[in-house]
Ligand binder design. Structure first.
Ligand SMILES: Nc1ncnc2c1ncn2[C@@H]1O[C@H](COP(=O)(O)OP(=O)(O)OP(=O)(O)O)[C@@H](O)[C@H]1O
Ligand code: SF4
Ligand SMILES: [Mg+2]
Length: 360
């Protein structure tokens, strides 16, 4: 991706944008003080890809997704880092009208539990027109036409849906309405937070097919947050695995799932019967994921549950190390041969540094 300086949002490119997240830290205010829900997260999202963000509940997936829109709300705050999006610059420096215009027109977002996020008092059509007005869309008819065509593209009766209130639509229909609202202003970076949770298997498969097709047809960059590795396996090109607010492994989905390197990724995959094939081989991960209050302040966040824990894991937080286009943050994962040049796991990996050590 190319990093651009900030430009007025009306001038941005319409191509699929790339994203560079660099050293992102987000904290939430708690009775114990401000505690980090994300700590030093760095990743590159290549233009035109579908990237999955997976991890157990509380690992920071939604917080990362919201950060990409600079939409973390109190008691949370972005305490450090940057989020460079092609054509927009660092969204963490945007505010007010610029940020509002960027959301919707450039960044489409489908919230977690989007099925329940429609206004129950207004028809979908009315909410669509409100959205258009708030983004300065003058041609309401064209907006409705686009919305209907998107809804029909997703197998729905567009006119009927626009005339409906939330309670008149099924969960799967409401989820499709959420996707339509995220796309209708022509955003090219689309973030879907748990788009298939709480849907039956058939509806889930339909939504995933729609996500894939719309992604290709519209030339999008898509991020999909899910706690379901099976869903990520089906639809994503790349996978980012999160644990305790850290990005522990990242790489092409096939490689990460086919040969996971981080003990947490290995544990997640072993816990899924339908991926491992033999249901008797599935083994649940022991223990529970940490909460903000139980996250260790030093050492590896995964160590309480890790079968490969070593002395160094008690004291040193493992830094992400890049091996080609994969990165892993674990002391037990073999480092490249000394003397062989490796790239940093941070976005700075793209700048030849000649460094032999690689840390984020
Ligand atoms: N408003 C908030 N106030 C305090 N803590 C919060 C708040 N929102 C999130 N957190 C904490 O931040 C951490 C990350 O939460 P986040 O919602 O990003 O996780 P997640 O991976 O999306 O989880 P889930 O799969 O349950 O949606 C969790 O420990 C969560 O309890
Ligand atoms: S750094 Fe240590 S505790 Fe953490 S995942 Fe690797 S081996 Fe396990
Ligand atoms: Mg979430």
């Amino acid at each position: 991706m190319t990093t651009t300086s900030r430009v007025p949002v009306t001038l941005v490119t319409r191509a699929a944008p790339g994203v560079e997240v660099r050293d992102l830290t987000v904290v939430y205010k708690t009775p114990l003080g401000e505690l980090p829900a994300l700590r030093g997260v760095s990743m590159i999202v290549e233009p035109g890809t579908i990237t999955g963000i997976v991890g157990e509940s509380g690992s920071g997936k939604s917080t990362l997704a919201l950060s990409l829109l600079n939409a973390v709300q109190p008691p949370g705050r972005i305490a450090g880092g940057s989020v460079e999006i092609d054509g927009l610059g660092d969204v963490l420096t945007l505010g007010g009208e610029e940020l509002r215009q960027a959301r919707g027109r450039h960044l489409g977002y489908v919230f977690q539990a989007a099925q329940n996020s429609l206004n129950p008092l207004k028809t979908v059509g009315k909410q669509l027109l409100d959205l258009g007005r708030s983004h300065g869309v003058r041609d309401g008819r064209a907006l409705v036409r686009d919305a209907m065509s998107l809804l029909e593209r997703m197998g729905l009766d567009g006119a009927r849906v626009l005339d409906s209130h939330q309670h008149q639509l099924s969960g799967g229909m409401r989820q499709r309405v959420g996707i339509m609202l995220a796309l209708v202003l022509n955003a090219h970076l689309v973030i879907l937070d748990e788009p298939t949770t709480a849907l039956d298997m058939i509806t889930q498969a339909t939504i995933l097919r729609i996500v894939r097709e719309v992604h290709q047809e519209r030339g999008l960059t898509t991020l999909m947050v899910t706690h379901d590795i099976g869903v990520a396996a089906e639809v994503t090109d790349r996978l980012a695995v999160m644990y305790g607010g850290r990005l522990v492994e990242h790489g092409p989905t096939r490689e990460v799932l086919g040969a996971p390197r981080h003990p947490y990724t290995q544990g997640l995959i072993q816990a899924i019967p339908r991926l491992s094939g033999d249901i008797t081989q599935a083994r649940a991960l022991p223990g529970r994921p940490p909460t903000l209050g139980t996250l260790p302040s030093a050492g590896c966040v995964f160590r309480e549950r890790c079968p490969r824990r070593m002395d160094v894991c008690e004291t040193d937080d493992p830094l992400a190390v890049a091996h080609g286009d994969r990165s892993v943050a674990c002391h037990a994962v073999e480092l490249p041969t000394p003397g062989v040049r490796v790239e940093r796991a941070t976005p700075a990996a793209r700048v030849p540094s000649g460094a032999e050590e690689d840390h984020t």
